[in-house]
Design a protein. Structure first.
Length: 173
């Protein structure tokens, strides 16, 4: 996936990263303590993408300053709790790119977020995305196929992708 990420047109990197981040966001329950703050950041990022606006770094200071100790109790083996950590890390990468003057919105792909979450699902079945039998599971194949299709489209087409396309090429998310 990393080589495909490098081929994505710069104008589409923000959408790509938000598309990957969406996988985590949709796993977070609205009852989570910091859901409102996470949702606010998520929606602000999508507005930036959809409206192609310049960012004020102070708009995101709260997510960049989340106290890491607040998340120490989160369990990496529970899907929702890992999704929260993945969301915060992914949003931080995107925000640093947006506010740091980097054209590639952080320069680091967040394509691993969905696979990190899928890993927990497979772990419960005694498998892993790093093993052939795990990567050949339908959930892995679907995500890998979706990422390949989207990265190809974002490399070749001038289409603008908005929030409405946050699950394009994905099935059963």
């Amino acid at each position: 996936m990393e080589s495909n990420f490098l081929n994505i047109d710069e104008r589409h990197i923000l959408f790509w990263n938000l598309w990957c981040l969406n996988y985590a966001f949709e796993k977070i329950a609205p009852t989570y303590t910091h859901y409102i703050e996470l949702s606010d950041s998520y929606n602000r990022l999508w507005r930036i993408n959809d409206n192609n606006i310049t960012v004020d770094p102070t708009d995101f200071s709260f997510i960049q300053n989340f106290d890491d100790t607040s998340f120490d109790a989160l369990d990496d083996f529970k899907i929702e709790e890992l999704a929260i950590k993945e969301f915060i890390n992914g949003a931080d990468i995107i925000i640093k790119g947006l506010t740091g003057g980097t054209n590639r919105y952080g320069g680091k792909a967040v394509f691993t977020i969905p696979f990190n979450i899928i890993e927990i699902l497979l772990d419960k079945e005694g498998s892993s995305v790093t093993k052939a039998e795990g990567f050949n599971q339908p959930i892995c194949i679907q995500e890998a196929t979706a990422q390949l299709k989207l990265s190809t489209a974002l490399s070749q087409f001038d289409t603008r992708y908005p929030f409405a396309d946050r699950n394009i090429y994905r099935t059963g998310i």
